[in-house]
Design a protein around this ligand. Structure first.
Ligand SMILES: [Zn+2]
Length: 168
């Protein structure tokens, strides 16, 4: 795959569901189940960011995703899903930091720029609120720009890096 974009989504779901009298967290395995129920071959996203900021792998990166039909993004965009419904609640700081770390790693791995990171709703042709009206797009962009500068400047910049990690 020739990945050129990173597309951010939310699961638009609770962070946990009740099953057989037990509360079960929503994670990549559960989203995979939901997507298999739709008749898909696998989870649609390549990565899932849990509420605690940890990242789970979804569909392998050697396969196109099933997360954004608009603008051919399934074939050129890596799909990352944050568990939660950010049309109803704000993104926890720790989850946003986990997203930032994963996105930064992918930008470096695929030689992409901060402007290649898109929210689902920003993709031309997409008609959605995803990843939710409370998703802090400005904060994500600002922090990625700072991370990118730190990573790309070649300076040791210890204090600057520390400052970024404090924020994230
Ligand atoms: Zn989406």
């Amino acid at each position: 795959m020739d990945w050129q974009k990173i597309v951010i989504h939310h699961s638009a779901s609770p962070v946990a569901v009740r099953r057989g009298g037990q509360v079960v967290p929503v994670n990549a395995a559960m989203i995979r189940e939901w997507h298999l129920t739709k008749g898909w071959s696998d989870i649609g996203y390549h990565f899932v960011i849990l509420p605690d900021g940890s990242c789970e792998s979804g569909r392998p990166l050697y396969r196109p995703g099933a997360h954004c039909i608009a603008s051919n993004r399934n074939f050129c965009g890596i799909g990352i899903c944050l568990v939660g419904n950010f049309s109803e609640t704000e993104v926890p700081d720790v989850q946003l930091r986990g997203l930032g770390a994963k996105v930064q790693a992918l930008l470096a791995a695929y030689h992409l720029q901060v402007q290649d990171v898109e929210l689902h709703r920003e993709v031309p042709g997409a008609a959605t609120e995803c990843p939710g009206r409370y998703f802090p797009a400005d904060l994500l962009e600002k922090e990625l720009q700072e991370m990118f500068c730190v990573a790309g400047s070649g300076k040791s910049g210890g204090s600057q890096a520390a400052r970024v990690s404090d924020i994230w």
